[in-house]
Ligand binder design. Structure first.
Ligand SMILES: Cc1cc2nc3c(=O)[nH]c(=O)nc-3n(C[C@H](O)[C@H](O)[C@H](O)COP(=O)(O)OP(=O)(O)OC[C@H]3O[C@@H](n4cnc5c(N)ncnc54)[C@H](O)[C@@H]3O)c2cc1C
Length: 401
């Protein structure tokens, strides 16, 4: 098999030299872990002070990781990705905006995004955060009250509020089903995840009928209980006769999860170390591919080994690279070497492309800054790849002269 992730010419064909140099500077800066940590701490505060920091953010980290502030701006980026056979998961970056009015507004925007996606050749999915349409405290209450897990609510206020959340998600999924667009429901913190899982399974049961998969839930394999959860979910799907839609990730809230568990004195839900996360992630991918008939999977990772392993498994089993139940995805602004080389080799692959006003996407940007700080090791790889491509281009330009 010829798939390799070292081909930087393919990886960065869509970027100019200027864009690559800006990216090199940004990743180089994030490589100073103290700087990234400081930025993550003070940026949300600075945003509130009214200091002219928007311009700096817009020209740097926002430009690297976000499609634009509006759908129109983002459409330009999506189109460009499409020219290279790369698809798009559109993500309206609304986080932590509470209030019923805001939740209804978010539902309306998600529906507009679905309508827009349906007019485009390369936007098969949108992503949704339940915290964009539900109060965090409500999810926390539902999560921690075992009596409510069954779906039986004995508190009238919560029951009414939950019904509204359910209705918003139903409206989004119903529109998506009409337009044949997939809805990927993000995984969030473990202390609000139970109601998200329940909502996801209820939507799947309604909309993932026949061969069609419209609704996907996300599992985070940095949690030690999620491999079993996947198997249980699969059983439920088989019993109830729907296609299981699963996005597989490692998980983005590790520090928060550990800190909260330590603070509140309960066992951490996170794996002992990274090798356990990696092991469960790759096993989950294999489990889904082994059950490809009734599980539709999004392999969402920047890990080269996991992507290669999954691609190899498809080849071994003689499964078409563009099988409708297998899709690869990386975040916009990261791991272009994986995305563009998978696309070149005919795999179904996308960029997860957030958009929204700067202040709304700050939590997302802070997670990217954290993930790309030198502590986590992603940055050095990005910098090396960019440097190597700039060198290759300079050499090619010399030969041309
Ligand atoms: C398309 C897409 C969608 C995503 N959607 C979500 C989502 O809905 N919810 C969500 O939470 N995240 C989501 N993520 C982020 C994802 O969970 C990871 O944070 C990110 O992709 C880094 O993991 P990796 O597999 O790409 O890379 P790797 O570099 O191989 O793995 C890094 C990850 O390994 C885990 N890890 C690191 N150190 C340890 C340790 N000591 N012990 C245990 N585990 C460890 C952490 O999860 C860390 O993020 C998404 C990512 C992508 C690409």
């Amino acid at each position: 098999m010829r798939l390799t992730f070292n081909d930087t010419e393919t990886a960065f064909a869509y970027k100019t030299n200027g864009e690559l140099k800006s990216a090199r500077f940004l990743f180089g800066t994030m490589n100073y872990s103290w700087f990234a940590a400081l930025g993550v701490r003070i940026t949300p505060f600075l945003m509130k002070t009214g200091l002219p920091i928007h311009g700096i953010i817009r020209a740097t980290i926002f430009k690297q990781f976000v499609g634009g502030e509006s759908l129109e701006q983002t459409a330009v980026v999506a189109k460009k990705l499409g020219e290279y056979g790369v698809q798009v998961i559109l993500d309206y970056g609304v986080e932590a905006k509470e209030g019923e009015e805001n939740f209804d507004h978010a539902r309306d925007v998600f529906i507009q995004v679905i309508e827009y996606a349906a007019t485009q050749p390369n936007i098969p999915f949108i992503s949704v955060k339940v915290t964009g349409i539900a109060r965090f405290g409500l999810l926390e209450t539902l999560n921690s009250a075992p009596r409510l897990r069954s779906g039986i609510h004995d508190n009238e206020v919560e029951a009414v509020e939950w019904k509204k959340v359910w209705g918003r998600m139903y409206d989004i999924c119903e529109k998506a089903a009409q337009k044949n667009i997939g809805v990927l429901i993000d995984a969030e913190e473990s202390w609000i995840q139970d109601p998200i899982d329940r909502l996801s399974v209820e939507m799947m049961e309604i909309f993932n009928r026949g061969e069609k998969c419209i609704v996907y839930n996300t599992i985070q394999l940095y949690r030690h209980d999620r491999l079993n959860f996947l198997k249980m979910y699969h059983n439920i799907a088989q019993q109830r006769g729907f296609i299981l839609g699963i996005k597989i990730v490692r998980g983005a809230y590790m520090e928060k999860e550990r800190e909260r568990a330590a603070l509140m004195g309960y066992p951490s839900p996170i794996q002992q170390d990274k090798s356990f996360t990696d092991g469960d992630f790759n096993t989950a991918v294999k489990f889904c591919i082994d059950n490809i008939k009734d599980i539709a999977t999004i392999i969402a990772t920047h890990n080269e080994y996991s992507n290669l392993k999954a691609a190899e498994l498809l080849n071994e089993k003689g499964i078409a690279h563009n099988h409708p139940h297998i899709h690869f995805s990386q975040l916009y602004g990261m791991s272009d070497n994986i995305t563009f080389n998978l696309a070149k080799n005919g795999y179904s692959v996308s960029k997860y492309l957030p958009f929204g006003p700067i202040r709304d996407v700050i939590p997302y940007l802070m997670r990217r800054a954290q993930e790309n700080s030198s502590i986590n090791g992603q940055t050095s790889r990005e910098v090396l790849l960019i440097k190597s491509e700039l060198k290759r281009r300079a050499k090619a330009a010399k030969v041309k002269k």
